[in-house]
Design a protein around this ligand. Structure first.
Ligand code: GLN
Length: 492
């Protein structure tokens, strides 16, 4: 039998429909692959028993002709989504032993579509980071290595466990969350597809909150078609999330017509950064040529407030985090470190429970929201955010999608940026602005760096126009014909 872990979701659905293999066989192959990839540390919790049970149920539905949309597809779930009766950690010590009594809406939608859970993936603590170096459960390792080198590289972040699981063929697909780039940047670092839908497309209910006005769930897959299939299963209005938007979920897969003739593709001048890696620049130029050759019209655009996006993001996200994370006080969830009195217990619990990066963000956020500084920082950042959204609105009067690189560099080594928060924050330079504006974006693997590491290109779209984003991404994917995979050194 062919290696079932190498199939795409769409091929696996066809294979099960044709009776070539069962959901149980597909799931068993992935459980074996997941176990063999232990060294990558992509999973915090593995749930093989739950997987086998779900796959068995899937096979019996299929036998009765009651097959659902993604019946029998084994998935990995970022450990930021609450899963009923399964440990949920946000990769933080402070959530020690937290077993939710409820299931996030996005993951319940997936189970209702027949999917199978393999386990919960590692991440940067509370999704704060770009490298998976801040997890309480240890670093995640990228299955890719530089050519001729065996030093480990980061998988990106914060959805690095999900990215590593998909890139190492341990899961057919995964879900992640993206606040400033956490789906798209790790997708770029691991040679997979990562899609952040429009803010409001997927429910945030049951997702551990980082920055509520930015957080959005999305799929991480090996092809654009698989991302379309996954998003359709994840998305939809949810009365339990007041920011979820009541709009029909289109048939995203049907949008993949392969035809972008006449599509207007914007190229933002401000994304040509001084000091940007020449290979990233060259790949972007190549992407422009691919779109042109496919019949798109290339239009130069300006997003003048781009340079203020990162400073605004690193005020707004920590401000919202400082308020969201106030709930971890040793009383209701997870870790509790006793103290002399109540205040002392709070202080000890939070000092021990949160790692250094989370504490840094809580300090920045609390400062930015404090009396006297609120107007100078938080309010100012919100004004900048409106300007950034206006820039995109203007641009979208002239173009249908925007093409940019996903990240300024390929995957880097451990410790290379860990000591310098500002260098780390630069990872979000191309992804952060669209997050602030709430727009959909996708990263498509498009080429290799000179040392053999994957590089992604990003397509951004109009609000709730994921269909056009998918259509353009499908064409980009075809043109790039990215078929490279990491050599599987991690399998023992
Ligand atoms: N790297 C960004 C941050 O650290 C984005 C994280 C995210 O999207 N969750 O905040």
């Amino acid at each position: 039998m062919t290696d079932l872990t190498k199939l795409t979701i769409s091929a696996a659905l066809d294979g099960m429909a044709a009776g070539d293999f069962s959901a149980r066989e597909l799931t068993a192959a992935h459980i074996t692959a997941m176990e063999a990839a232990n060294v990558l540390n992509a999973f915090i919790t593995k749930t093989p028993e739950i997987a086998v049970e779900a796959a068995t149920a899937s096979d019996s539905r299929r036998a009765k002709g009651e097959t659902r949309k993604i019946d029998g597809i084994p998935l990995a779930i970022k450990d930021l989504f609450c899963t009923k009766d399964v440990l949920t950690t946000a990769a933080s010590h402070i959530l020690d032993g937290f077993v939710p009594k409820y299931e996030s809406t996005v993951s319940s939608n997936l189970w209702a579509s027949g999917a199978v859970m393999l386990g919960k993936t590692n991440l940067d603590e509370f999704a704060m980071g770009s490298s998976n170096e801040t997890s309480y459960y240890g670093e995640v390792i990228n299955p890719w290595r530089r050519e001729g080198s065996d030093s480990p590289l980061v998988p990106g972040g914060s959805s690095g466990g999900s990215a590593s699981a998909v890139a190492s063929f341990s899961a057919m697909a995964a879900i992640g969350t993206d606040t400033g780039g956490s789906i798209r940047q790790p997708a770029s670092f691991t040679g997979i597809v990562g899609m952040k839908p429009t803010y409001g497309r997927c429910s945030r209910w049951g997702v551990v909150a980082f920055a509520s006005s930015l957080d959005q769930a999305g799929p991480m897959t090996r092809t654009v078609r698989d991302a379309a299939i996954m998003l359709e299963a994840m998305a939809g209005f949810d009365p339990k999330d007041s920011t979820s938007v009541d709009m029909p979920v289109p048939d995203f897969e049907a949008a993949l017509s392969g035809d972008i003739r006449g599509l207007k593709v914007g190229i933002p001048a401000e994304y040509r950064l001084d000091g940007m890696s020449p290979e990233v620049q060259a790949l972007w130029d190549q992407g422009i040529d691919w779109m042109k050759a496919a019949g798109a019209e290339i239009i130069d655009i300006s997003l003048p407030h781009t340079k203020y996006a990162l400073p605004a993001y690193y005020i707004i996200a920590p401000a919202e985090a400082s308020s969201n994370l106030a709930r971890y006080d040793g009383v209701r969830f997870g870790l509790r470190v006793e103290g002399d009195d109540l205040d002392d217990m709070y202080a000890r619990t939070r000092a021990e429970g949160f790692g250094a990066e989370v504490q840094r963000r809580l300090l920045i956020g609390t400062y930015a929201l404090s009396a006297g500084y609120y107007d100078a920082y938080y309010l100012k950042a919100q004004k900048v955010r409106s300007r950034i959204a206006d820039d995109f609105k203007q641009a979208y009067q002239k173009v249908d999608v925007i093409l940019t690189p996903t990240a300024p560099s390929p995957a880097f080594g451990f410790g290379e940026k860990g000591d310098d928060p500002l260098a780390m924050y630069l990872n979000d330079v191309f992804t952060g602005p669209a997050s602030l504006a709430g727009l959909p974006g996708i990263s498509v693997p498009a080429g290799l760096s000179s040392d053999g590491l994957p590089l992604g290109l990003q397509l951004l779209g109009k609000p709730f126009d994921e269909e056009t984003v998918f259509r353009a991404a499908g064409v980009l994917e075809n043109a790039a014909a990215f078929t490279a995979t990491p050599n599987d050194w991690w399998r023992g």
